[in-house]
Write a protein that binds this ligand. Structure first.
Ligand SMILES: *Cc1c(COP(=O)(O)O)cnc(C)c1O
Length: 478
C-alpha cells in the first residue's frame, strides 16, 4: 500500500486520509511516497482503453487503499457521455504554421465547461462513497474566483453526505460563471456572495479553518486545488491524449510529445509532471502564464516571488490570475530529491520575505529533469491567437486555451507533436471571444438563457461571525 508523506517531512496516511485532510498537519502538502513507473508493455496494453478504464488503471496506482473494483465502478459512473459528451476527452489537430504538429486536447466538455470537472466529478463521487461508508457527513468550505466553485458544486449537488459552502467575490466573475453557480437550487449547495475580491473570500475561509474547534464541530472539509485526488484524476488525460495523438499522427509508441498547459496554481501541469515521472514519453511541458507571471519568472530566473493583491492583475484569462501557485511546493519537493528539510527552509524564507531563489545550476538541472519550459502572454496575444485559430481552422478557443497555444507555439519542434490543453470552452468567456471575433459560438441548449434563471444566494456582510452563523444554521451535522 502506498503511503502519503508531507513535503515538510512529517505525517503519513493513506490515499483516502489524504484526500479528506487537505493540508498536512506540519503545513506541507501530501504526496505519495513514490511514483509507479509504467513499463512499455503496460503502456501498450493501455493504449486503446476507453477513458473510464484507463482512469481506473491510473488512479489504482495512487489509491491503493481502495479496491480496483470500487475505483472502476466510480470511473464508469463519472466518465460518461451524459456528463462529458460523446468523446469524454477529444483530440483535434489544428494548423497554424507549416511543419507544426499542433493538437487541442478537449478536456472541458463537462457540465461547467472547464477542465476542473474532470477531477471534481471524480472527487465528488469518491467523497460520497467514503463518507457513506464511514457514516459521516462533511461540509465543504471553499473560495472561488470562478471555475473551481462551479465545478465543485456541480459535482456535489444532490449528494446526501456533503454540503458545499462556496464563497465568491461580488464583482469579479463573468455573468456566465455567476449564473451557472447561483442558479443551482439543490438544498446542499450554498452560494455565499462576499463584498470585495477573491482574497477577501480566501481570508474568510482561512479564518474559519484556523478555528480548529469550529472546524471539528461542523466537520469542515475542502476541495481546493491542493487536493491530491484532483491531481491524480488529472494525470489520466495526459496518458489518454498521448495515446490518441500517437495514433492520429501514426507514430510509434514511446515517440515523445510535448504538452502546453495554461497555468495558475500549478495543479494541471503538476499532473503532467507526474505522468512524466510515471514514464509517459513527454519531452517538454510548456508552462503558459498570463500577465500574472509568477511561475514564468521562476522558470526564467530561479526566483519565486509571490505577489500581493495589489500586484495581481485582473486579466482576460481570469482563472490564471493568481498571486502564488499553491501546488508548486510539491514540484520543488520532488525535483530536489524529496529533501523535506530544504523545502521547509525555502518555505520559511517565503513566509518571511515573500520570495526565495535557487541557484543557476539547480535551475538548469530542474528544467532538464522536468522538461518544463515557460512563457507569458498578454491580452493582445490572446485576442490575436483566438483570431488566428479561427481563421485557419474555423475553431473557436477560449482565452485561457489561447494563452497555451500562443506560448506553446514558441516551443514547437520538428516531428514532436505539441498537445495544447483546452482548459475552458469559449462560452464561459464570451466577452473576450466577442472582442476577438465579433461573435460567439452557439451555446448548448441547456445553457441558453442561463442568465435569466432565478438565483439562490446568500449575500453576506463580510464579517466572520456572519459566515459562522450561516454555516451553523445550514451545515450537515454528524
Ligand atoms: C483553473 C484553471 C487554469 C489553471 O489551472 P491550474 O491547475 O491552477 O494551474 C487554467 N485555465 C482555466 C480555464 C482554469 O479554470
Amino acid at each position: 500500500m502506498i503511503k502519503y508523506v508531507s513535503t515538510r517531512g512529517g505525517a503519513s496516511g493513506t490515499f483516502t486520509d489524504t484526500i479528506l485532510e487537505g493540508l498536512a498537519s506540519d503545513g506541507g502538502l501530501l504526496v505519495p511516497e513514490k511514483y509507479e513507473v509504467i513499463s512499455e508493455e503496460r503502456l501498450s496494453q493501455w493504449q486503446n482503453l476507453p477513458y473510464p478504464e484507463l482512469a481506473c488503471e491510473i488512479i489504482s496506482c495512487f489509491a491503493t487503499d481502495l479496491t480496483k473494483d470500487k475505483i472502476r465502478e466510480i470511473c464508469h459512473e463519472v466518465y460518461t457521455r451524459a456528463i462529458f459528451g460523446d468523446d469524454i476527452v477529444s483530440v483535434k489537430p489544428i494548423k497554424l504554421a507549416p511543419k507544426e504538429e499542433l493538437y487541442i486536447l478537449g478536456i472541458s466538455n463537462g457540465p461547467t465547461l472547464a477542465f476542473k470537472d474532470m477531477a471534481m466529478q471524480f472527487l465528488g463521487k469518491l467523497f460520497d462513497e467514503i463518507l457513506n461508508e464511514r457514516g459521516i457527513k462533511l461540509n465543504i468550505l471553499g473560495a472561488t474566483s470562478g471555475d473551481t466553485g462551479g465545478a465543485a458544486e456541480y459535482a456535489m449537488m444532490g449528494r446526501s453526505s456533503v454540503s458545499v459552502f462556496m464563497l465568491s467575490p461580488k464583482d469579479r466573475m463573468s455573468e456566465f460563471q455567476k449564473s451557472q453557480m447561483y442558479s443551482i437550487k439543490e438544498q446542499n449547495i450554498h452560494n455565499i456572495v462576499v463584498p470585495g475580491s477573491f482574497d477577501n473570500c480566501q481570508d474568510l475561509v482561512k479564518a474559519v479553518s484556523n478555528d480548529l474547534g469550529f472546524k471539528d464541530s461542523y466537520s469542515i472539509g475542502s476541495v481546493n486545488s491542493i487536493n491530491w485526488g484532483r491531481i491524480t484524476a488529472q494525470v489520466v488525460y495526459y496518458f489518454f491524449g498521448y495515446f490518441k495523438v500517437i495514433q492520429k499522427s501514426k507514430k510509434k509508441l514511446m515517440h515523445p510529445v510535448s504538452f502546453s498547459v495554461p497555468s495558475g496554481n500549478f495543479g494541471n501541469i503538476l499532473s503532467g509532471f507526474v505522468a512524466k515521472k510515471m514514464g509517459l514519453p513527454i519531452k517538454n511541458l510548456v508552462l503558459a502564464t498570463n500577465e500574472n507571471n509568477v511561475l514564468d519568472e521562476f522558470f526564467k530566473s530561479g526566483i519565486y516571488r509571490v505577489r500581493n493583491p495589489k500586484e495581481t492583475f485582473v486579466t482576460s484569462s481570469p482563472s490564471m490570475d493568481i498571486s502564488k501557485a499553491s501546488n508548486f511546493e510539491r514540484f520543488i519537493h520532488e525535483i530536489f530529491d524529496r529533501d523535506s528539510k530544504y523545502v521547509s527552509t525555502l518555505w520559511a524564507e517565503l513566509e518571511k520575505n515573500n520570495s526565495f531563489s535557487i541557484d543557476a545550476q539547480s535551475l538548469a538541472n530542474l528544467k532538464r529533469e522536468s522538461g518544463i519550459v515557460s512563457g507569458a502572454s498578454r491580452h493582445v496575444n490572446r485576442i490575436n491567437t483566438i483570431q488566428r485559430v479561427y481563421e485557419s481552422n474555423q475553431l473557436v478557443v477560449d482565452p485561457h486555451t489561447a494563452d497555451g497555444i500562443y506560448v506553446g507555439q514558441r516551443f514547437v519542434e520538428d516531428n514532436i507533436p505539441m498537445i495544447c490543453l483546452e482548459t475552458a470552452l469559449p462560452t464561459k468567456f464570451e466577452g473576450t471571444v466577442r472582442e476577438a471575433l465579433g461573435f460567439v459560438p452557439e451555446r448548448r441548449d441547456s445553457l441558453k438563457n442561463i442568465e435569466d434563471k432565478d438565483r439562490r444566494v446568500y449575500e453576506m456582510s463580510g464579517s466572520l461571525p456572519d459566515l459562522k452563523n450561516f454555516i451553523i444554521k445550514n451545515a450537515k451535522i454528524n
